[in-house]
Design a protein around this ligand. Structure first.
Ligand code: HEC
Ligand code: HEC
Length: 206
């Protein structure tokens, strides 16, 4: 089954924050263990950093739908179909996962970018910074807060949900709303670099 890096990451972060305090036995005064350990009801916990990825990506200012086609993060996924939280950003996740036995089942998955026409396999997200949340409200009205990884913009939900669902992207106190309820959870299938089925292009930050 699926490998879960969450616990070990939380532990690594705990160790890091403990040693940052000077006294290795003293927890941080506010009792927190770093934002990557914040509880997320569904989906993936945000990751502090990934190897050689830059800490913070250039931030695009302006109308994301007016930006030229560009890879804002300047970083590309180059590991083919090796399973990872950050794999194949921008590519329809579920289309591929349902055709491969070894891949986990997602009800909802996709990638959040800074601008609307970013190419496949370009990392979305912002690097480190405020949490990006994809809020999914399922057909029963249950809200699933799915964390997107800052370093790739990827997000996924493994719990199977009743559809149609509604979606909003929440970031830095703002929200971007999809008006139409959808039954297909494979966000990147419509939200490609050019957009299809009426979608305006990539899912972008509010
Ligand atoms: C072209 C095929 C393909 C696409 C597109 C794809 N994946 Fe995967 N994914 C795989 C395969 C194959 C595996 C299992 C093999 C492995 O774990 O090495 C996998 C495994 C995973 C895993 C489990 C990793 C682990 O540690 O066990 C995650 C998480 C994941 N994919 C997320 C995504 C997300 C999110 C997207 C879309 C942004 C995506 N994948 C797009 C083929 C794909
Ligand atoms: C079947 C195609 C399709 C799928 C799948 C889809 N969308 Fe959309 N999305 C659209 C269309 C069409 C629009 C424009 C009309 C609207 O807002 O409903 C849109 C608009 C949006 C917008 C607002 C864009 C803007 O700034 O005006 C967001 C945010 C969004 N979608 C997020 C998502 C997320 C997150 C997912 C996956 C959970 C998803 N979408 C899946 C078709 C799709």
């Amino acid at each position: 089954m699926m490998h879960r890096p969450r616990a070990s990451l939380a532990l690594a972060s705990l160790v890091a924050s403990l040693s940052a305090c000077g006294d290795p036995m003293m927890p941080p005064s506010d009792g927190s263990v770093g934002m990557d350990a914040a509880p997320t009801p569904d989906g993936a916990a945000p990751m502090p950093d990934v190897g050689s990825m830059p800490d913070a990506y250039p931030r695009f200012m302006g109308d994301p739908f007016m930006a030229p086609p560009q890879c804002t993060s300047g970083s590309m996924w180059t590991s083919g179909n090796r399973g990872s939280d950050h794999m194949n950003p921008g590519v329809p996740c579920i289309q591929c996962h349902t055709s491969v036995r070894a891949a986990p089942v997602f009800s909802v998955a996709g990638t959040v970018y800074q601008t609307a026409r970013e190419p496949n396999n370009c990392y979305g997200g912002i690097g480190s910074g405020p949490q990006i949340t994809v809020e999914i409200t399922d057909a029963m009205g249950t809200v699933h807060n799915v964390a997107a990884f800052g370093t790739s913009g990827n997000f996924y939900l493994e719990r199977i949900i009743p559809t149609p669902y509604r979606a909003r992207v929440i970031f830095d106190g703002r929200a971007r709303v999809m008006n139409t309820p959808q039954t297909n959870g494979d966000c990147n299938a419509c939200h490609g670099a050019t957009g299809s089925m009426g979608a305006p292009g990539r899912i972008v930050l509010p």
